[in-house]
Design a protein around this ligand. Structure first.
Ligand SMILES: [Zn+2]
Length: 89
């Protein structure tokens, strides 16, 4: 089973909260190993959790992932909001 970036984003807060089922956690972890965008989002989210100091009440603002992804895509230079696994040559 392969999960996409948008699924990982849904799991990130639970991932940081350590409340994902073992198999889901493994899927997310495997995705993070090869996806720099999701890794960056995870790092950013972790920083926000640390800053807020209370991950029990932490929730991503609506549109957070979308805005962050757009900024990351621009900075990384892919020019696309959806990273492709196999870019056409
Ligand atoms: Zn990803």
């Amino acid at each position: 089973m392969v999960i996409e970036c948008k699924h990982v984003w849904n799991y990130i807060s639970d991932y940081l909260d350590d409340s994902l089922p073992a198999e889901t956690r493994e899927l997310v972890q495997r995705h993070l190993e090869h996806c720099e965008i999701c890794s960056a989002i995870l790092d950013s989210t972790r920083n926000i959790v640390v800053l807020t100091g209370d991950d029990r009440v932490f929730e991503l603002p609506i549109g957070f992932s979308e805005r962050l992804l757009r900024r990351l895509a621009k900075e990384i230079g892919t020019g696309s909001s959806m990273p492709r696994e196999n870019p056409a040559d």
